[in-house]
Unconditional design. Structure first.
Length: 269
């Protein structure tokens, strides 16, 4: 009951799907389907920006992780893997469909295919499981950012009152957020023990002034924020590991992440 999603490392650019564009605010709401308006001619406050950069080599980490899982379990247990092949300029699988596909029918069909598969796998868990949304970031901090949906400001204030994508596991084990994030069986501390900097962890309990991604659409939709016991966690791997350090560092991280997730999963699920 473990699912790894890699939504942003696709390379394919289908010509008959137009590139996604910035949106336009209309009555305070972002509209990404207004093709007649050119955001370049609008005031910046009326523009809804989008991100189209690829999480380069995040899928390589996912595949290394999967292969190591198979090796560790003699091919008996390994996670479900869903890896997007379409480039983010065409569809963003980690956004709501309005921003992700911008009203194009082919883009919407592909988007729905990805999320239908996520839902199918998640529903097969029978109510208990874990979704890992694997990403890459270029914050130049050489630190893995672990997202449970708490905002940077909330982590900095040690305010964990908002619902989290791991509310289910904390409820089952009667753990406080502090115990879950900074205890012995926490992803941050387990990554740190393998020599990788991580936020949040006992070493760095909050981002402070560092950049930090809290978790996007997939983590919000497929975790336990709104109830249930299927949790979701976003893992943002830094560029220093994904490609700046070469393929061996990328592969080694994937293998170690597999061991970490295996121990984490077997303990909590």
């Amino acid at each position: 009951n473990l699912l790894i999603s890699v939504p942003h490392d696709g390379e394919i650019k289908i010509e008959n799907i137009p590139d996604r564009r910035f949106g336009v605010k209309e009555n305070g709401v972002c509209n990404y389907n207004t093709q007649s308006l050119d955001p370049k001619n609008l005031d910046s406050k009326d523009i809804c920006k989008i991100v189209v950069g690829r999480d380069t080599f995040a899928s390589d980490i996912g595949r290394s992780l999967n292969n190591e899982f198979r090796r560790l379990t003699d091919d008996r247990k390994y996670p479900h893997m869903i890896i997007a092949q379409l480039h983010r300029t065409k569809v963003d699988f980690n956004r709501d469909i309005h921003q992700a596909a911008q009203g194009h029918p082919i883009a919407e069909e592909i988007y729905n295919d990805y999320h239908d598969l996520l839902k199918e796998v998640r529903n097969s868990f029978g109510g208990l499981g874990l979704v890992i949304d694997l990403h890459g970031q270029n914050h130049k901090q050489n630190s893995t950012e672990i997202g449970y949906l708490w905002r940077k400001s909330e982590l900095n204030a040690f305010d964990y009152s908002a619902p989290s994508s791991v509310s289910g596991v904390m409820q089952r084990f009667r753990l406080s957020p502090t115990e879950f994030m900074f205890g012995g069986v926490s992803l941050g501390n387990m990554l740190e023990a393998e020599g990788y900097r991580a936020i949040p962890s006992s070493r760095q309990m909050s981002p402070g002034k560092d950049k930090y991604y809290r978790g996007g659409f997939i983590t919000q939709e497929y975790g336990s924020r709104d109830g249930g016991f299927v949790d979701a966690i976003q893992i943002e791997v830094p560029s220093e590991i994904r490609y700046e350090g070469g393929p061996e560092l990328n592969s080694e991280y994937g293998r170690k992440l597999a061991r970490i997730l295996k121990d984490f999963f077997e303990y909590y699920y």
